[in-house]
Design a protein around this ligand. Structure first.
Ligand code: ATP
Ligand code: MG
Length: 719
């Protein structure tokens, strides 16, 4: 390790080196994307180890994802020239929290073998609690309660700490009582949910000075990556643990704070300097990741935000050949997917590997058209941070309904939805159906039809089954008479499935509803229900190996901290990105968070960034025009190339779509393809939020000195 010692420091610039060598006392590294914050953390750990300041298990290091933790371990190993062992406390807040909680489970009323509940279990348990309290679960759904409890836990509030007024938000003031009952029930079950992994350790550290002292002794040094996205509870944790030695180093970028909706608080950055007076604050300004064009575009875009600390970014990457950020449009999402497929194949022909290409979407429903297209093209892809589109729970549920309609003997499908949404057909009934089906050698639906004539199952379940079977009969008849997409909508409506998600107040419910709409939309490409289901079974079957060369598809949120040579950013349309829901719910604050997300997206690219928007989205079989995102408008002309595609804008008046469809709907159809593209968009009405933010910053107008890109002043604006 000693030999490697000098080596790793030589790979840093002077500021980075200062951040690595300032080992004692609080350090805050506040710097833009790609400036080497994560590299600084990794090198700091290597340095701590190499200089013998700490042994691996005396360092607490927090990353945002498990994947990032694994990568960091590898890198540290490389730096110190060997395999890193004993870094027990390198992980996410949740994994570290779980570890602390296991060690002191009894202090939280648990046994150390406690189970960690997933969201489904959590919801089921809350349902029971709500029902047990005699509250109407329809009116006050469990998922809504889950949202409140999450919120409290993110703030570090146990039931007794929830402020008076807050308790009124659920079931006429009974929210806090239910929260307490839920916590009590968790203890009985010897279980913890995700929020508890943060909240319970916090309580233990607060209430047991001896335990706190033990950790003070243990953790000589603490490091936190992606600090801008810590929530209050996590911050309180860090503060408690660091308060003795004060050897804490946090790195972050206020411009990349994108989890406000999940309780993260950028204010934690400001609190840091207050809580740790005399902290060394280091700014890194040189970006090592991206070309000057990519950086210029991202910097100019984010300068439209008012609430930011402000910082300087530049790159020395001088490459006259470097591509500008490309902005291209397509007719609709299908064409967008086709164009992206072509772009990728072209990159491939030029010798680029798929592993270095990523598609970053705002909403997960957008993934569908790309997945479909890639399957058709035989392009390997992987979905990161979530299931593939057709494997999502709500999609599988919907497909199960369609399958039973098309094929009554599909027992697996029938079983999946027989009680989803809940209609009073419990496990006992299903078991009875199974027994009967097995005994008679018939499918479940047939067994069910026979059994509703008997009194083997209870009356309520009997009625429910009768209704359900009648619905399936009706849908099967309609299959002959109605277009299959229309029928799909009818099924989702009449079965109560859509309604189930509409009643759901959890954070992911709107996304699931969007996915369902996207599913119906995707059916339009097929002639029949059978054809569609056939396609699905083929798509579901393609399983690209994890190790194979593959394009990554993920949401912008899960792309944080990652980098790729080529980044494709589709769907930059008003309403989709920025998301209308965010604008409606959080106004200007929401808009700025969306813009940060755009900044995160562009800055993932090393060499190439492709921004795209579709001028139409097909909704319920109707064309609806969409307007390019205001973020497209906010890109600096100097760093952007507007690409005209022959089969979209260039020739779209003559295309196969028919002119009458868009003549009045799309205000840009005549103007967008002209060189005055920026002007054309400026005509857009409803500037709303972004008008005001145009001022304040000197317009970014390209290279200041040789390849230097300055954006805003140092600490120009306060949050
Ligand atoms: P983000 O804000 O996106 O998380 P970051 O600030 O954490 O970015 P890193 O991921 O650490 O940035 O670094 C970005 C890229 O620049 C990486 O590929 C890294 O290896 C490289 N890099 C960082 N510092 C240097 C340096 N001094 N010399 C060469 N390459 C560097
Ligand atoms: Mg990073």
């Amino acid at each position: 390790a000693r030999a490697a010692g000098g080596d790793y420091l030589a790979k840093l610039n002077p500021e980075q080196r200062r951040a690595v060598e300032a080992l004692d006392g609080p350090v805050l590294v506040l710097a833009g994307a790609g400036t080497g914050k994560t590299r600084v953390l990794t090198t700091r750990i290597a340095h701590l180890l190499a200089t013998g300041r700490a042994r691996p298990w005396e360092i607490l290091a927090v990353t945002f994802t498990n994947k990032a933790a694994r990568e960091m371990k590898h890198r540290i190993g490389d730096l110190i020239g060997g395999v890193l062992e004993g870094m027990e406390w390198l992980g996410t807040f949740h994994s570290i929290g779980a570890k602390i909680l296991r060690r002191h489970a009894e202090l939280a009323g648990l046994k150390s073998g406690f189970t960690i509940l997933d969201t489904d279990d959590q919801i089921r348990l809350m349902k029971q609690i709500i029902q047990a309290a005699g509250i109407d679960e329809k009116r006050w759904p469990a998922r809504q309660l889950a949202g409140h409890i999450d919120h409290w836990k993110n703030k570090g509030l146990a039931p007794k700490d929830v402020p008076q007024g807050d308790g009124h938000v659920f079931a006429d003031g009974r929210g806090v009582k239910l929260y307490a009952a839920y916590q009590a029930r968790l203890k009985v079950l010897n279980a913890a949910d995700f929020g508890d992994l943060i909240l319970e350790p916090l309580r233990i550290l607060r209430e047991h000075p001896d335990v706190l002292a033990e950790y003070h002794k243990r953790f000589r040094y603490m490091l936190v990556d992606e600090y801008q996205d810590t929530n209050v509870a996590q911050y309180l944790w860090l503060r408690l643990l660091a308060q003795e030695r004060k050897n804490i180093c946090c790195v972050g970028d206020d411009d990349q704070s994108i989890y406000g909706w999940r309780g993260a608080e950028v204010d934690n950055i400001l609190r840091f300097e207050k809580d740790f007076p005399g902290a060394t604050v280091i700014r890194l300004e040189r970006n090592y990741r991206s070309t000057a064009h990519i950086l210029g575009a991202a910097s100019h875009l984010i300068a439209h935000n008012e609430s930011r600390l402000g910082k300087t970014l530049f790159t020395d990457a001088v490459d006259p050949e470097a591509a500008k950020v490309s902005v291209a449009s397509s007719w609709d999402s299908e064409e967008e997917a086709r164009a992206v497929g072509e772009e990728i194949e072209q990159l491939q022909r030029q010798g680029h590997t798929l592993n270095e290409i990523a598609i970053l979407v705002r909403a997960s429903f957008q993934m569908r058209s790309f997945e479909d297209r890639f399957v058709t093209l035989g392009l390997n892809y992987r979905v990161i941070g979530g299931p593939r589109f057709y494997e999502r729970a709500e999609i599988r549920d919907a497909l199960a309904y369609f399958r039973v309609v098309a094929q009554p003997a599909d027992d697996l499908a029938f079983e999946r939805i027989v009680n989803t949404p809940r209609r009073g057909i419990g496990d006992t009934t299903v078991r009875l159906l199974h027994d009967r089906a097995r005994a008679r050698g018939v499918p479940l639906t047939e067994a069910a039809a026979e059994m509703i004539g008997t009194d083997e199952i209870n009356a309520r379940a009997r009625t429910a089954i009768r209704d359900l079977l009648a619905s399936f009969d009706r849908w099967r008849e309609q299959l002959e008479t109605l277009p299959h997409t229309e029928l799909a909508e009818i099924i989702l409506e009449e079965s109560g499935y859509t309604e189930m998600w509409q009643a759901d107040r959890s954070a992911d419910a709107p996304g699931r509803l969007e996915n369902l709409k996207e599913l119906v939309r995707s059916m339009e490409e097929f002639d029949s229900m059978a054809g569609f289901l056939e396609h699905i079974s083929l798509v579901m079957d393609t399983d690209s190996e994890a190790s194979a060369d593959a394009v990554s598809i993920m949401t912008l949120h899960s792309a944080k901290g990652l980098e790729f040579d080529s980044v494709i950013l589709p769907g930059w349309e008003e309403g989709l990105f920025p998301s209308q829901r965010t604008l409606d719910e959080s106004g200007r604050v929401g808009l700025e968070e969306e813009r940060r997300l755009a900044y995160v997206g562009i800055t993932r690219a090393r060499k190439r960034a492709y921004i795209r928007f579709a001028s139409n989205r097909r909704i319920h079989g109707l064309w609806q025009s969409s307007v390019p995102s205001r973020f497209v408008d906010e890109l600096p002309e100097a760093h952007v190339d507007v690409v005209e595609e022959s089969n979209s804008y260039g020739g779209y008046g003559m295309g196969s779509y028919g002119e009458s469809r868009f003549d009045t709907r799309d205000p840009f159809q005549n103007t967008y393809s002209t060189p005055g593209w920026k002007r054309a968009q400026k005509n857009r009405s409803g500037g709303g939020f972004d008008e005001a933010s145009q001022g304040g910053y000197g317009n970014f107008s390209g290279p200041r000195s040789k390849q230097r890109f300055i954006e805003g002043d140092l600490v120009a604006k306060s949050v």
